[in-house]
Design a protein around this ligand. Structure first.
Ligand code: GTB
Length: 218
């Protein structure tokens, strides 16, 4: 069955692979599933047609036959449940990997998003300088715990899984924050994720969208 995902027609990340379609593309590449991508403008995201797929008017979504899904975590869990390669077969290991998927999205990503949003939209506000250390400390607390848990291991729990895919994509959003170098094992962990052939294919696919959009507008 054909899989169709949605992505920004023109991503504000300028092809850096930081929008959440990147993680879905990467998951599909890891399991070897071809997919089509429908590009959506910011305006179209908020129209009823797209809100039928995602009530919040956001990307990414996934359509496959009668199924329409939103929320990148749910989409990746669905892909991992349908195809081998993203979750361990053994029940306890699988449950632990799913716990880490939730941790990536519920414990690690929120303070990172809060910090990056503040850097983008609050930089000129009078309270920004006072608030920044608190936002950075909240991110550091997560990085410290993650770094301690990972130690010298390549991946969070044995082999690469959807949990690593999500944690790596979440951490990548910190690349310009200056916070990562204090955690060399996390820097190496991100690099290991980015070196995977499936990651490269996914990255190149989203970059090609940005390159085509730039050509069209210039
Ligand atoms: N919880 C949802 C999920 O995981 O799927 C969140 C989805 C979401 O935030 N989607 C964003 C969106 O559609 C795109 S990824 N935004 C449009 C809107 O809300 O109107 C977030 C994102 C956007 C831009 C950058 N960037 O420029 O670096 C990074 C991440």
């Amino acid at each position: 069955m054909t899989i169709t995902i949605t992505a920004f027609e023109s991503s504000p990340d300028r092809g850096r692979g930081l929008a959440r379609d990147m993680r879905v593309r990467w998951a599909l590449e890891e399991v070897g599933q071809p997919y089509a991508c429908r590009l959506v403008s910011f305006e179209a995201l908020k129209q009823p047609g797209h809100r039928r797929l995602n009530p919040f008017g956001q990307i990414p979504t996934l359509e496959e036959g009668d199924l329409a899904l939103f929320e990148s975590g749910a989409i990746i869990l669905h892909i991992a449940g349908q195809h081998a390669g993203l979750l361990p077969a053994e029940a306890n290991a699988r449950a632990r990997a799913i716990a880490w998927m939730f941790a990536a999205l519920n414990s690690v990503e929120p303070p990172i998003v809060e910090l990056s949003m503040a850097m983008i939209v609050e930089r000129d506000r009078p309270w920004f300088a006072a608030r920044l250390p608190m936002l950075q400390d909240r991110v550091r607390a997560r990085l410290k715990a993650l770094s301690a848990f990972l130690g010298e291991a390549d991946w969070l729990d044995g082999g690469f899984s959807a949990a690593d895919l999500l944690v790596v994509t979440v951490l990548r959003r910190l690349e310009s924050s200056g916070l990562l170098p204090d955690y060399p094992n996390l820097v190496a962990y991100i690099a290991r994720g980015e070196a995977r052939p499936a990651y490269r294919r996914a990255f190149d696919a989203q970059l090609a969208v940005f390159a085509a959009a730039s050509k069209g507008s210039g």
